[in-house]
Design a protein around this ligand. Structure first.
Ligand SMILES: Cc1cc2nc3c(=O)[nH]c(=O)nc-3n(C[C@H](O)[C@H](O)[C@H](O)COP(=O)(O)O)c2cc1C
Length: 317
């Protein structure tokens, strides 16, 4: 498989692991890179020292390129994360939740590719204008933080493809070869995947989280905290239900914040106490039936693409 994304990142398949706060650890990143994609360690919630250690660990587990996700709303930490990635010379950084303008030059000077996650045409154009190498167009189906306009992957990707010249990577709702090929049909040159990689052997997520994902159906996720800079897509459950009830009763953002603290995500995602916190999860969970090795996720996409292409050629349009 060749596209501007495989060329840009020197990877075999244009499949990128999404940044995943609480669970984006080096073991999964290395497994994704070893399988031919781009593994990503998530900086969010970690100290600079921890991040450096994790980059080194990933480097000892793979000789393939891998990257780091930096959520730019963690303003206090961004500088130290940039120091860590430039010092350790990762291949790429995916940025999200803010403008990458202030750090793109510094990352490029260290030879690091910069990919900005966006959820609107306006932000894609802005990212291109400040010199990023590619954008991830992330639709509203995605797990984690969503854009406020609730634009789906199906309509967001082609509009961003038409608006920018840099390569576009599609994210949100991609879990198998069908989603991968659909993204390419929309004009994307690669995909970013989050939720599918949670239900893998290498992911540090608690078994209860993985089980909840593979038991999910098409109605199992909800958007909570529809407030500027928030919009979390999570698995439905008692905790998100409580948050939704507070929102519906008119709670202020300040009143909601204690219910969406990062600690409550870790408690559910890592400790497995899934009723005592919240779990980020995309709508694609309804399609996932098994916990598998990360390599199997990628191999089955690659294999499935050739089967689907053949089938498409045979369709009498
Ligand atoms: C558990 C989880 C945590 C996430 N945390 C982050 C994050 O820290 N930074 C970020 O840029 N995106 C984050 N995302 C979004 C993913 O990087 C990715 O774009 C998204 O999962 C793609 O949609 P999908 O879940 O349908 O595959 C997260 C997603 C999930 C599922």
């Amino acid at each position: 498989m060749k596209s501007r994304i495989t060329e840009l990142l020197s990877i075999r398949y244009p499949i990128i692991e999404g940044g995943m706060v609480s669970i984006g650890d080096p073991e999964l990143a290395a497994a994704v890179s070893n399988a031919g994609g781009l593994g990503i360690i998530t900086a969010g919630g970690k100290s600079k020292g921890q991040l450096v250690q994790e980059i080194r660990l990933a480097g000892s587990l793979t000789d393939k390129p891998f990257g780091v996700n930096i959520a730019l709303n963690a303003r206090q930490q961004v500088g130290s994360y940039v120091e860590a990635v430039t010092q350790e010379k990762v291949s790429a950084v995916t940025t999200s939740a803010g403008s990458p303008e202030a750090i793109t030059g510094q990352l490029h000077a260290a030879g690091i590719k910069v990919i900005q996650v966006v959820a609107s045409v306006r932000h894609a154009k802005k990212a291109e204008s400040v010199g990023v190498d590619a954008v991830v167009a992330e639709g509203y189906e995605a797990g984690g933080h969503n854009g406020p306009d609730e634009t789906t992957t199906m309509v967001l990707v082609p509009q961003i493809v038409d608006a920018v010249k840099i390569p576009v990577i599609a994210a949100g709702g991609i879990g198998d070869a069908r989603g991968f090929l659909a993204a390419l049909a929309l004009g994307a040159e690669g995909v970013q995947i989050g939720t599918r990689f949670i239900a893998t052997n290498e992911c540090i997520a608690h078994q209860n989280y993985k089980q909840a994902i593979i038991q999910a159906d098409d109605t199992s996720t909800a958007l909570i905290v529809r407030r500027p800079g928030r919009f979390f897509r999570v698995l439905k459950g008692p905790w998100p239900q409580k948050v939704l009830e507070l929102e519906n009763a008119g709670a202020s953002t300040e009143q909601l914040l204690p219910y969406i603290a990062g600690e409550l995500n870790r408690k559910a995602a890592i400790d497995g106490d899934i009723e005592a916190g919240y779990l980020y999860c995309g709508q694609v969970a309804g399609m996932l039936k098994e916990v598998v090795p990360a390599k199997e996720v990628i191999d089955s996409i690659v294999k499935g693409v050739s089967v689907l292409r053949k089938r498409l050629m045979e369709v009498d349009l």
